[in-house]
Design a protein around this ligand. Structure first.
Ligand code: ARG
Length: 457
């Protein structure tokens, strides 16, 4: 019999059971549900709302149920809708109404589900932060290894100015570091216990919400019972950061896809992280990167889906909210596996240093520094920019690089040019002169690496 069947005269339509169930996906919350129930019954005993005897029996039975679910011997029933009622029904079956029926005193599924999801998320935050830290560590290691590797930096996917590969890798470090900081911040906001908010208005029983909060490792109980059972902002927060992580992974993926093409050949992705073609024996495809790019779309739409679900809801609990978990689990699972596969792939990635430095010679990436050279000799930047631009046009017409032009050719454009121009446009010199805070020089990179290592400690 359904635990809420008292006021009903007709059986639930089978289609309705199928339509309203969530056990098929919320069963993975069972450990958190049991953890929440144990805290709740301990509190009820402490407050003398149930006897110590009763609470001990209930805790024992809950642990047996947990073991059965662990072992796969527990039979989940669709007619019991969700994880909460499946467990409670079993408890009553084991202990009888008189004892088993007491667990739900001063509680509703509305505060119960909120606490379950928060407990689940606390774990997910920890898991995610761990993998994210691994990625950050790998990025710093790669940066350390590639401090001397020069390459073109891009804007608009056009050669812009020379940089070290390390500076590029550390740019991603910053993005993922911010993601980690956001996780820390959102975790703090989530850290309030919903248990005891009841259906929406709290309870008449003399409960101790601070005690259950403590037992469940929350900093405090939530402040408003109506808000508590309606609130899913903490899921949105998580979905947002997770989508952002996916966006960053997708951006890197896009670059790696381009860079691993024959045309670029900047990187070689290890065979273990690529796949072949069923028809073309020659193919080695960057499918991991493509899937990471593709899955980012799903994570963004999961965030959207929950925002859309929430935007029209009146206070307080509405059943729409049940499907939040499907969305949440999907995003949480995807982001973890994507990060894991990315960490493993990055460890084996090969940067083709020769190709990187070879490509510095394309795209006239010394042009800004030619302008800066003239500025140092007293010419206004706009005029210097124009002269440098004319030199680029001239070099293109002669099919020469800027480093190949003779001093006479330079001097046709300005009498300020001297022999020292060649030093000024040496690629390494160009980068090394960029010493301002956060800029591309090795000094700046060393500082970034030290800061990164300090952060990771
Ligand atoms: N399965 C429900 C959910 O996930 C639990 C809460 C149900 N509450 C209710 N009053 N029907 O949201």
């Amino acid at each position: 019999m359904k635990l809420w069947a008292g006021r009903f005269s007709a059986e639930t339509n089978k289609l309705v059971e199928q339509f309203t169930e969530s056990i098929s996906f919320d069963k993975r919350l069972y450990k958190y549900d049991i953890q929440g129930s144990i805290a709740h019954i301990k509190m009820l005993a402490k407050q003398k709302i149930v006897s110590i005897e009763e609470s001990k029996k209930i805790i024992k039975a809950l642990k047996i149920i947990e073991k059965q679910i662990d072992d796969g011997t527990f039979e989940f029933k669709q007619e019991y809708e969700d994880i909460h009622l499946n467990i409670e029904s079993k408890l009553i079956e084991m202990l009888g109404q008189d004892i088993g029926g007491k667990l739900h005193t001063a509680r509703s599924r509305n505060d119960q589900v909120a606490v379950d999801v928060k407990l689940y998320l606390k774990d997910e935050y920890k898991n995610l932060k761990k993998i994210l830290k691994q990625l950050l560590t790998i990025l710093v290691e790669l940066a350390k290894k590639n401090k001397n590797v020069l390459m073109p930096g891009f804007t608009h996917l056009q050669h812009a100015q020379p940089i070290y590969l390390a500076h590029y890798l550390l740019a991603y470090f910053q993005k993922f570091k911010r993601d980690l900081l956001k996780l820390n911040e959102f975790f703090k906001i989530l850290d309030e216990c919903p248990l005891g908010a009841g259906a929406l208005a709290g309870t008449t029983h003399n409960i101790d919400r601070f005690y259950t909060s403590k037992l469940l490792d929350f900093s405090k109980p939530t402040d408003n019972s109506i808000d508590t059972v309606s609130d899913r902002d903490f899921i949105l927060d998580y979905l947002y950061v997770v989508a952002l992580i996916a966006i960053h992974l997708s951006q890197m993926s896009e670059e790696f896809i381009i860079w691993s093409s024959q045309e670029f050949n900047y990187i070689t992705i290890s065979d273990a992280f690529t796949t072949g073609s069923s028809i073309m024996p020659n193919k080695k495809n960057p499918d991991v990167c493509e899937l990471a790019r593709g899955k980012a779309g799903r994570l963004i739409s999961n965030l959207n889906a929950l925002m859309i679900m929430l935007k029209g809801l009146p206070m307080s609990y509405n059943r729409d909210l049940q499907d939040d978990k499907k969305i949440l689990f999907d995003s949480a699972d995807i982001v973890k596996i994507t990060l894991q596969v990315f960490c493993a792939m990055l460890k084996e990635i090969k940067f083709n240093n020769e190709k990187l430095s070879e490509s510095l010679k394309k795209g006239y990436i010394e042009a800004t520094d030619i302008a800066d050279y003239l500025v140092a000799k007293g010419i206004a930047f706009r005029a210097a920019h124009h002269i440098s631009g004319e030199l680029v046009k001239y070099a293109i017409s002669k099919n020469k690089s800027l480093q190949d032009l003779s001093l006479e050719e330079y001097q046709k454009f300005s009498d300020k040019f001297d022999k020292d121009i060649y030093g000024a446009i040496n690629f390494m010199n160009i980068v090394e002169r960029r010493k301002s805070y956060g800029a591309a020089s090795k000094k700046s990179i060393d500082l970034q690496i030290n800061q990164a290592l300090a952060f990771l400690k």
